[in-house]
Design a protein around this ligand. Sequence first.
Ligand code: TYM
Length: 375
Amino acid sequence: MPNKLGEFTVTPWEVKGEVDYDKLIREFGTTPITDELIERIAKFTGDVHPFLRRKIFFSHRDLNWILDRYEAGEKFFLYTGRGPSGHTHMGHLVPWIFTQYLQEKFGAELYFQMTDDEKFLHNSELSLDTTVGFTYENALDVIACGFDPEKTFIFSDIEYAKTIYDIAVKIAKHITFSTAKAVFGFENSTNIGMIFFPAIQAVPCFLPSVLKGKNVPCLIPAAIDQDPYWRGVAREVAPKLGFYKPAQIHSKFIPGLGQGGKMSASEPETAIFTVDPPELVHSKIMRSFTGGRSTIQEQREKGGIPEICPVYRYYEILLKDDKDVREVYCRCREGELLCGEDKLRLSEVVQTFLKEHQRKREEAKKTLEKFMVRD
Ligand code: TYM
């Protein structure tokens, strides 16, 4: 199987095991984000986002090129998306929070694709009505991240099909079944909708160029599981269709509350959903796997292991001040901070975050239609 890298697996539909991100960079052929590049970005943004500082966004393709174009006066647009198979979890918010920051700093338009078609095709349990329904539920979470209604276009593939199909067939014509098999691991038993689908996910890379009648550079913020679409399809066909190749900035995965693997909706016990009530969030966090030792005495003597601890990873996402993150790290390492106290604090931090998110999500119901585009 492609992208099954020995002890771990990263594909658009499955992330399993302890991901070795350096190995992934080599295997996928992407470029690490260096301190120089972070400095260059900061020249435009005026600050460094914590997700860059903490290397949560760690890899890219053509980011320097995007900045060159921007410097030369050519604005880029942002493209990201969601496969609406259920409610949004906190892992999904990571690329969206960062995308919102980029929109604000660069004044960029955002095209946001809801792949309700993909999730219907991929999951035999889900009806098309269900996935289209989740498009609207998930859109509330997107809007709650603070995107500009004048510059943000959210669409369901099903409801925008007339616009996107034209470009999809032009893309699909250049991708053979053997390429699709090699990139995505499709098999003879894969339904043919899935085999065509990568052409649909490539469309928004070029859609603004088609709509505006001139080439517009595209930057895609997403976790690295989506990379096969850009590497294997969009970047391959772009020159053949006369478009720029889309650039990417890749994030790592936020782990679930269990041991290893990413936060995933298919494991609801170890995922925190944006619609979860506070008591449920609390009980999930209190049952979380940690990097703690088997006894309190051992923990006091040897200290915990924040590197493998999901609780610590959430602090990296949610705490604004580096000093606070560092303090958790050091106190845990030194055996001063025990897991019970650590989880209680995280539960409070997450609940505070979610309370505010849920308020904005409720507000978003009033502005939803301003963001949605359809045929
Ligand atoms: P989906 O719904 O699986 O994921 C939505 C976005 O969340 C990222 N993601 C995560 N990031 C950090 N930690 C995690 N645990 C985690 N789990 C998921 C994904 O990388 C993605 O950015 N086919 C896509 C929808 C899509 C799309 C796109 C995504 C269409 N066009 C363009 C990104 C960019 C999907 O099913 O994503």
